[in-house]
Design a protein around this ligand. Structure first.
Ligand SMILES: NC(=O)c1ccc[n+]([C@@H]2O[C@H](COP(=O)([O-])OP(=O)(O)OC[C@H]3O[C@@H](n4cnc5c(N)ncnc54)[C@H](O)[C@@H]3O)[C@@H](O)[C@H]2O)c1
Ligand SMILES: O=C(O)CC[C@@H](O)C(=O)O
Length: 527
């Protein structure tokens, strides 16, 4: 008999399959303190949560029998995925069930912020008939910027089209073909920021999307813009928004999610231009039923040893395969992550060639890891080794994998190229005996760089003094260079520099380097 603990309120209808399963005993305890949870988790084979229960490394370590953690929803920010993976615990989520509810909530917020509905309601219920203070704006013919065009963003766009809005969309995986099919215009974040009357964000919260809309972006926005965040707190910088509302630049904002939840002493919440809901995007009868059904069915499959689809972390790989491929996992993921950071445009194709001793082993786990490296830069922690190929397929990214006898002098070599809507970029890496992982080729430049930490990738014209000028800018801004490697094709031709630096480099310093006459581009890479 399997024991399943449900520690957050879930729809009873949704979990019926679990309740009816003859081989499962379900315990519902939705008011456990963290220490209560630690005390009881050792008895259970599976844990089902929504977003309240914090499934920490400590909880997972105490869950000696745990085989699976199910999240009735999309975001898995309350679950320590790495710790689960290390303990061999499968983490399941329900990515589709609350899409429509959250899209509808976002649209409700958009309409409410356009017409000041909550503010007018409050005034009237407080006893004042005020018809002057709440003049709104129409949606008709207005420009809506949608940042993050995945499940929810694209549903919001469909609704906006029905209201005759012009939709500008940005997503690193959006293709021209899909944009046309959806009747939206592909745009950059900068174009959205400068042209939109309303901006709504629907990305995960990742290092890249944190404060995606901040002081600089607010400064460029139209006077009277309105912004909506029903995705994750922190995508819109709350401090910068506060200032932009006070200055009159932002006429209204609608938030369902906050940098700290529940928000305490958050000055935004008292502002009359701000409308707020307490993370209610997925709070509909339908969504809660859908996500509970999806996650219950998947948990049953995991417990019964049947195939399942929505795992967000690593399943076990046979020991003999793992022994051979494991040393290459880090290199593979970093090559993917490197390309995600240097390439421009929507990814269309990822090709991997394995040479040398890698031709003798099952390399499919490595290709999945490379995909994870490419995709996780944009999609965040939802991507893992299990779901990366499915996510690539759903985004129409074709993946090619081949083995080659051409070792180019290395005992092992992984060459990865990414074709985007704008360019094709290549990186190759190897594991050198005794020295660990190395990047040995970038595009057609040979180089020798350890793929770790903060790197500055500079593409420049090979001219006397350029290296010194870059070093001077970094030095005068207190950025220490740990190592530097240069690669060039011909004397005086195009060249690249890879500098390992001791700390992140600010946008301003990158701009100073980018303004040097010899520099073609400069990109900061975090590996
Ligand atoms: N408020 C709620 O209750 C609620 C409910 C469900 C989901 N969510 C949140 O909504 C968000 C979207 O969920 P979804 O199901 O649509 O996810 P999704 O994975 O289908 O879509 C997210 C999209 O964001 C894109 N993206 C990543 N980085 C980007 C960047 N820098 N710029 C632009 N786009 C970028 C990705 O390519 C992807 O297409 C997530 O943060 C999710 O956690 C909130
Ligand atoms: O209501 C919830 O459980 C949170 C839903 C949402 O944020 C999600 O990530 O699915």
């Amino acid at each position: 008999m399997f024991k399943v603990l449900i520690s957050d309120p879930l729809s009873t209808f949704g979990i019926q399959k679990l309740l009816d399963a003859p081989d499962v005993e379900v315990v519902q305890q939705t008011n456990l303190s963290p220490s209560d949870l630690l005390a009881v988790i050792g008895e259970y084979d599976a844990l089902l949560v929504r977003s309240q229960t914090q499934v920490t490394a400590e909880v997972l370590a105490a869950g000696k029998r745990l085989k699976a953690v199910g999240r009735a929803g999309v975001g898995v920010d309350n679950i320590d995925i790495d710790a689960a993976t290390q303990s061999g615990i499968v983490v399941i989520n329900a990515p589709d069930g609350n899409t429509i509810s959250t899209a509808e909530h976002s649209f409700a917020m958009l309409m409410a912020v356009a017409r000041n509905i909550p503010q007018a309601h409050k005034k009237l219920t407080d006893g004042t008939w005020d018809r002057k203070s709440f003049q709104g704006v129409e949606l008709n013919n207005k420009v809506l910027g949608v940042i993050g065009f995945g499940r929810i963003g694209s549903e919001v766009a469909k609704r906006a089209k029905a209201f005759h809005m012009q939709v500008l969309a940005y997503d690193p995986f959006l293709t021209e073909e899909r944009a046309q099919k959806m009747g939206v215009t592909m745009a950059t974040v900068d174009q959205i920021v400068t042209q939109a009357d309303f901006i709504t964000v629907h990305t995960p919260l990742t290092k890249e999307t944190r404060h995606l809309l901040s002081t600089n972006e607010f400064a460029k926005m139209k006077q009277g813009v309105r912004v909506i965040n029903c995705a994750r707190g922190g995508i819109i910088d709350e401090k910068a928004l506060y200032e932009a509302i006070l200055s009159g630049k932002v006429a209204g904002a609608a938030f369902d999610v906050f940098e700290q939840e529940p928000p305490t002493d958050n000055p935004l919440i008292g502002l009359p231009q701000m409308i707020v809901t307490p993370h209610l995007g997925a709070s509909t009868v339908e969504a809660q039923e859908n996500v509970a059904i999806d996650v219950s069915e998947e948990i049953l499959k995991v417990l019964r040893g049947q195939p399942f689809k929505n795992a967000v972390n690593l399943p076990s790989v046979p020991a003999h395969v793992m022994e051979r491929v494991q040393p290459y996992f880090t290199l593979a993921e970093k090559l993917g992550h490197f390309l995600a950071q240097v390439s421009v445009g929507s990814v269309q194709e990822i090709s991997v060639t394995y040479s040398g001793e890698l031709t003798e082993i099952d390399i499919s786990p490595l290709t999945r890891t490379i995909l994870k490296g490419v995709l996780s830069f944009h999609l965040g922690e939802e991507v893992n080794y299990v779901n990366a190929p499915i996510l690539a397929k759903s985004r129409e990214i074709s993946v090619n994998e081949q083995k080659s006898s051409q070792t180019k002098g290395f005992t092992n070599l992984i060459m990865v190229s990414v074709k985007t809507t704008q360019e094709t970029r290549m990186v190759a890496g190897t594991r050198l005996n005794g020295y660990g992982a190395r990047i040995v080729k970038i595009d057609d430049f040979s180089i020798d760089v350890a793929p770790e930490g903060f790197l500055l990738f500079v593409h420049h014209h090979d001219r006397p003094g350029v290296i010194g000028r870059v070093g001077t800018i970094l030095g005068s801004n207190d950025v220490n260079i740990a190592t530097m490697q240069v690669g060039r094709r011909d004397v005086g031709g195009e060249a690249i520099m890879m500098l390992a630096v001791d700390k992140p480099v600010s946008r301003d310093i990158l701009d100073q380097i980018g303004e040097l006459a010899e520099i073609k581009s400069v990109t900061e890479i975090d590996l």
